[in-house]
Write a protein that binds this ligand. Structure first.
Ligand code: BES
Ligand code: MN
Ligand code: MN
Length: 485
């Protein structure tokens, strides 16, 4: 098997070129952090139209950085925020080196509530924490810090003067955090330009600060807004109450019926296609060091967790679909009392999906579920904000074995295969449009507070990210373990 040739290839001691690259990364850590800080100072919030120009500025920053490193880099205009696409030729058309498509996102979540941050969200700072210094800023780990972890590995490799060991395309999206509305068109238009042997994404987590992980599953996401309309205007609740439909009551009644007493989603057909995890996967997950009470304590909760009966926390998070109310509003919410029957009621709903649920079937099932429960006089409107299926990545590909080896070398501990409850819709889109499998190697931690105030990236994790990516590039350049197609 070709892979045996590879076993020693990532060991810095055994390879002077790799040792030099890792040395460069170690010595250059402050400078790398400085470049990340510059990136983090740009408030590239894709969800808010007020930050349009800032998104473009972040794209331009990344483009210039790639160009300076020797990539052919350009902005790729879309109907929304521009993407950045950059190419590096690699070592030439030899038999071994694979073509890699690295995907990341330069956009970030809104920073609000800003008052809950310990400092300005777009003024990155180094703060001492229990695991050493941490980088605090919006986007620190999701995803600017992880993108820079990869790009800094390229920088250190290129500084050796021998090019890159793989043919590399970098694709940085500017709309990931708002559901990637322009991505499908971009992938379809640029199929040839983005062709590769596999995709690499660094936008997931380690298992623990000292335990590396490869993510093999992501949940999909369907996100909807429901507007339920009743009377043509807000009404006096005394003069009309009891005789007309109350949209808030109708909506909460329907949403209250979404789950049954055992925690299962009650929409008919919702579990169609849901696969039970394999005995092998169940055994791997059981073997992971995990404490439900510690998991809950970190977010201010006490055991036991509610949820689907008879399933472990990890199974619920990684392999079971959910229905969640993300927001609900309507009627009077100001000071004091106002007697009113609201004309309408609203909610934001999301569904995390697992393989092989069909997002369209889930939406159709939900719409039928709601329609069947609408009281007379109520009308419903739907708005969609994205629909992507759950993902299980192929675990039998040679680059996975290579990656496990480099992670073991970097951390001195075997990498574990984990799932994630989060969603990265591009993984499925890359498969469908470009035929690519994705390798998910991430360096975040569960307590990084992504999307929350005081998002952070442990400097040690940033450092590991740079080094592990450098090791991976090197290993992929060694031959068939990475190059096998
Ligand atoms: N990087 C995250 C997803 C993630 C984080 C996956 C940690 C695994 C581990 C991504 O940027 C994200 O926030 N995704 C959104 C969906 C997106 C369509 C807005 C999510 O999961 O809610
Ligand atoms: Mn992300
Ligand atoms: Mn995110």
């Amino acid at each position: 098997m070709a892979e045996s040739k590879h076993a020693e290839s990532g060991t810095a001691g055994a390879d002077p070129a790799l040792a030099a690259i890792l040395g460069r990364i170690d010595a250059g850590l402050p400078a790398a952090r400085g470049r990340l800080f510059e990136f983090l100072r740009i408030p590239s919030i894709s969800a808010d139209p007020a930050y349009r120009a800032e998104c473009r500025r972040a794209a331009e920053f990344a483009r210039a950085l790639l160009e300076e490193m020797g990539f052919a880099a350009a902005l790729a205009e879309t109907a929304g925020q521009p993407a950045v696409i950059a190419h590096h030729p690699g070592p030439g058309p030899g038999p071994a080196a694979p073509r890699v498509l690295f995907y990341g996102h330069y956009d970030v979540q809104p920073a609000d509530p800003v008052a809950l941050w310990s400092g300005p969200p777009f003024e990155p700072r180094l703060v001492e924490g229990p695991r050493g210094p941490r980088i605090v800023a919006r986007g620190a780990v999701d995803d600017k810090g992880q993108v820079m972890g990869f790009l800094e590995a390229c920088r250190a490799t290129l500084a050796q003067g021998e090019g890159l060991p793989v043919a590399l395309t970098v694709l940085l999206e500017g709309e990931e955090e708002c559901g990637s509305p322009s991505l499908e068109a971009l992938l379809a238009e640029r199929r040839e330009e983005l062709a590769a042997d596999f995709a690499l994404i660094s936008d997931t987590n380690l298992w623990r600060a000292d335990i590396p992980a490869l993510t093999t599953r992501l949940r999909g996401l369907v996100y909807l807004q429901i507007d339920l309309d009743g009377p043509s205007r807000d009404l006096h609740s005394g003069l009309f109450g009891g005789a007309v439909v109350n949209p808030l009551q109708a909506l909460t009644r329907i949403l209250g019926a979404l789950h049954d007493a055992a925690g299962r989603v009650a929409i008919p057909g919702f579990y169609d296609g849901v696969r039970e995890i394999s005995a092998e996967e169940a055994a791997i997950w059981r073997g992971l060091p995990f404490s439900e009470s510690a998991f809950l304590a970190e977010i201010g909760l006490a055991a036991p967790a509610p949820g689907e009966a008879g399933r472990s926390t990890l199974e619920r998070l990684w392999a079971r679909p959910t229905a969640e109310i993300n927001g609900i509003w309507g009627g009077y919410t100001g000071a004091g009392a106002k007697t009113v029957i609201p004309a309408s009621a609203h909610a934001k709903l999301s569904f995390r999906l697992v393989p092989d649920q069909d997002p369209e079937a889930v939406i159709a099932g939900l719409e039928a579920f709601v329609a069947a429960r609408l009281p007379p006089g109520a009308r419903v409107h739907w708005q969609r904000f994205g629909a992507s299926p759950g993902i299980a990545v192929a675990t039998d590909r040679p680059w996975l074995a290579a990656t496990r080896r480099v992670l073991a070398e970097e951390f001195g501990r075997e990498a574990v295969l984990i799932g994630s409850g989060g969603s990265i819709p591009v993984v499925e889109a890359l498969r469908r449009h470009l035929g690519l499998e994705t390798l998910l190697m991430g360096f975040g931690l569960d307590d990084d507070r992504i999307h929350s105030p005081d998002e952070k990236f442990e400097q040690a994790c940033f450092h590991h990210a740079m080094r592990a990516h450098a090791r991976l590039l090197h290993a992929l350049g060694q031959g068939p373990a990475g190059g096998q197609r």
